[in-house]
Write a protein that binds this ligand. Structure first.
Ligand SMILES: NC(=O)c1ccc[n+]([C@@H]2O[C@H](COP(=O)([O-])OP(=O)(O)OC[C@H]3O[C@@H](n4cnc5c(N)ncnc54)[C@H](OP(=O)(O)O)[C@@H]3O)[C@@H](O)[C@H]2O)c1
Length: 290
C-alpha cells in the first residue's frame, strides 16, 4: 500500500503471504530469479499468496517486471526504487523491508557491480559504490530483515557472491575482494543460524551474459578487454535454476554449472604459490597501455 509516498504494511494480512525480497531485480540474475520463484510457486498453486519486493535504481524496469509478474502469475509486487550506494536512500528502504512480516520469507541479496581494470587507475567514486552496494547494503538488508525471518516458519537468505570471491584476481581486485566478503559472511551467518529455520546460501556464479559486463567495463575500453573467455560463460537460466534448487535444499554454497564447480574446486584446493603463479602469468587484457 502506498500512503503519502511511503509504503505501509498491514501486518495481519502479510502473515499469510510468502515474501520474496530481491535487490538488483531490474536485470540479470535478480530479474530471472523472480521469474524462477514465481513459476515454481505457481506450479504449487501458491502464486496468489506470493508477494515480491523488488529493489534497484531503475524504477521503469522494476515496474515493467512487476506488471509482467502480476499478469502472468497473479502475484503481488511492490516496487522499491533505491540507490543502494546512497546511505539515506538505503535507510528508507531498510525501514520498509524491516517492517515486512510473513510465514515464508526469502531475501536475495543480489545487487552488485564490478570494475575491470588496474586498481591504480580505478575511480575512487566507483570503488566506494562497489563497497556500498556489494557489501554494506547486503549486510544492512540482512540485519534489517533477520528479526522477521527468525519469526517466520521458513526463511532463506540467498547471497549472490561469485567464483571471483574464491580467488584474488588482478584487474578485478576490488570486486573479487568484495565477493570474498560475501562468501565469508554467508558461511559464518549460516553457522550462527544453524539451529534456526533461517537458511543461508552463497551463490558463486562464474561469468554470465547479463548487464554486469557493460557496467564493469571502463569508459573507452572495448568488449575484447574483459578478462573472460567465451567457453567460460554460464547461461543466466542455469545460474538461477541452480541457485533456486540449492536454496530449497539448504546448500551452503552453489557453483552453477559443472565447469564452474570444477574451477571452484581447483581454486579452493590449490596451494597459494600456484594460484599466484597462474594469476601473475595470465594475459592481462584489462591493463592500460601506459
Ligand atoms: N554476470 C556475471 O558474470 C556475474 C558473475 C558472478 C557474480 N555476479 C553477481 O551477480 C549479481 C547480479 O549481477 P548481474 O550479473 O545480474 O548484473 P546486472 O544485470 O548488471 O544486474 C545488476 C543489478 O544490480 C542493480 N544495482 C547495481 N547498482 C545498484 C545500486 N547502486 N543500487 C541499487 N541497485 C543496483 C542493478 O539495477 P539498477 O541498475 O537498476 O540499479 C541490477 O538490477 C551481482 O552481485 C554480481 O556481482 C555476476
Amino acid at each position: 500500500m502506498l500512503a503519502n509516498g511511503c509504503i505501509t504494511w498491514d501486518d495481519s494480512s502479510m502473515s499469510c503471504y510468502s515474501t520474496v525480497v530481491i535487490t538488483g531485480a531490474s536485470s540479470g540474475f535478480g530479474k530471472a530469479f523472480a521469474y524462477r520463484v514465481a513459476e515454481s510457486r505457481s506450479r504449487q498453486a501458491c502464486a496468489q499468496e506470493l508477494r515480491f519486493v523488488l529493489i534497484a535504481r531503475s524504477e521503469d524496469k522494476l515496474k515493467a517486471l512487476a506488471d509482467d509478474l502480476t499478469g502472468k502469475y497473479g502475484c503481488d509486487v511492490v516496487v522499491l526504487p533505491c540507490d543502494l550506494a546512497d546511505g539515506a536512500a538505503r535507510a528508507s528502504m531498510l525501514q520498509t523491508v524491516s517492517a515486512l512480516r510473513s510465514d515464508w520469507m526469502m531475501l536475495m541479496n543480489n545487487a552488485g557491480l564490478g570494475d575491470y581494470g588496474e586498481f591504480c587507475t580505478s575511480e575512487p567514486e566507483r570503488n566506494h559504490r562497489m563497497i556500498e552496494v556489494n557489501m554494506t547494503a547486503l549486510v544492512e538488508t540482512t540485519r534489517a530483515m533477520l528479526p522477521a525471518m527468525l519469526a517466520a516458519r521458513n526463511a532463506y537468505i540467498v547471497n549472490v557472491a561469485s567464483l571471483a570471491g574464491d580467488l584474488a584476481i588482478p584487474d578485478f581486485a576490488m570486486y573479487a575482494a568484495s565477493k570474498a566478503f560475501v562468501t565469508s559472511f554467508s558461511e559464518a551467518l549460516r553457522i550462527e543460524l544453524a539451529k534456526t529455520q533461517v537458511h543461508v546460501t552463497a551463490v558463486c556464479p562464474g561469468p554470465s551474459h547479463t548487464g554486469f559486463g557493460d557496467v564493469a567495463r571502463r569508459t573507452g575500453k572495448s568488449k575484447k578487454e574483459v578478462p573472460f573467455r567465451k567457453w567460460f560463460y554460464t547461461s543466466v537460466e542455469c545460474v538461477v535454476d541452480s541457485a533456486y534448487r540449492a536454496v530449497l535444499v539448504n546448500k551452503a554454497r552453489c557453483y552453477p554449472s559443472l565447469k564452474i564447480r570444477l574451477v571452484g574446486l581447483f581454486v579452493r584446493n590449490a596451494p597459494l604459490w600456484l594460484l599466484r603463479l597462474i594469476m601473475g602469468s595470465r594475459p592481462r587484457k584489462a591493463v592500460p597501455a601506459e
